[in-house]
Design a binder for this molecule. Sequence first.
Ligand code: HEM
Ligand code: HEM
Length: 237
Amino acid sequence: MTDSSVAALRAASGPVAPTRVWDLPTRLFHWALAVAVIGMIGTGLNGAMEWHFRIGYSVMALLLFRLLWGFVGGRWSRFGAFVYGPGSLAAYLRGRAHPDHLVGHTPLGALSVFAVLIILVLQVATGLMADDEISASGPLTRFVSGDIVSMATGWHKAQGKWIVIALASLHVLAVLFYVLVKRHRLVQPMVTGDKLFAPAANGQMAPSRDDAASRWLALVLFGLCAGVAWWVSSLRV
Ligand code: HEM
Ligand code: HEM
C-alpha cells in the first residue's frame, strides 16, 4: 500500500473509528491455517506421517471452508472484493488506488493471498494421491493410475513442498515489512477484526457482516467441510 493513498483513509494522528473488516470466521480460519501449515511442513519433513495425514485433513477442511466463505462470507472476505484486474494493480502500484481497494486485501496483497491458497489446494490434492511406497499412501491413490500417483508424489515432495515453504515465508516477511518498515497496522485487524479509519472515510466503508447469524452459518459450513474431509480420510485402506 503506498503512503499517499493510505493517508486518504488512515488518520495517522487524528481521530479514528473502527470498522469490522475481517469477520471472526476469517480470522479463525487464518490462524488455524497458519498453525496447521507449519504443522504440515514439520510433520512432512520429519516423516511423522500419521500426524501429517490428520493435520492434512484439517487443512483440507479449512481450504474448503474458505472457498465457500469467499462467496457467502463478510463483505471483505468475499473473493469479489479482492479479485482485481491489471488496471487496479497498476493504479495501486502508482499510488492511485481506488479507496475501496485499500480496505481489505490490497491488489498486491490479494495476489499473494490467491497464490498461497492455490498452492495449498495443489499440495493437499497431490498429498491425497501421494504414496511413499513404504507405509504412507494418500486416501485417493487407489482411484488413480500409477503414473498419476508418481506425478503427484513427485510434485508434493519436490516443487510443491518448496513453493509452500517459499510462499509462506514470503507472506510472513511481507507482513513484517509492512508492519515494521511501512508502519501499517496489519496484524491487529487479523486478531480483533477491526481496521481504523478516519471517521469521514469510515462512513463510506461498509463493514463486513460479523453477527451471530453469520457466525452460525460459518460453523455449519465448516461442519460440512469437516464432514467431507472426514469422508475422504475414510477412503484410505
Ligand atoms: C504459514 C503460515 C501462514 C499462512 C499459510 C497464512 C495464510 C494467509 C492467508 C490465506 C491470508 C488471507 C486471509 C483470507 O482472506 O482468508 C492471510 C492474510 C494475512 N496474514 Fe497470514 N498466513 C500465515 C502466517 C501469518 C503470520 C505468522 C502472520 C503475522 C505475522 C500473518 C499475518 C497475516 C495478515 C496481517 C493478513 C492480512 C493481510 C492483509 O491485510 O491483506 N500470517 N494469511
Ligand atoms: C498444506 C499441505 C501439505 C504440506 C505443506 C505438505 C508437506 C509435505 C512435506 C514437506 C513432505 C515431505 C517431503 C519429503 O520427504 O521431502 C510431505 C510428504 C508427504 N505428504 Fe504432505 N503436505 C501437505 C498435505 C498432505 C496431505 C493432505 C496428504 C494426504 C492426506 C499428504 C501426504 C503426504 C505423503 C503420503 C507424503 C510422503 C511422500 C513420500 O515420502 O514419498 N500431504 N508432505
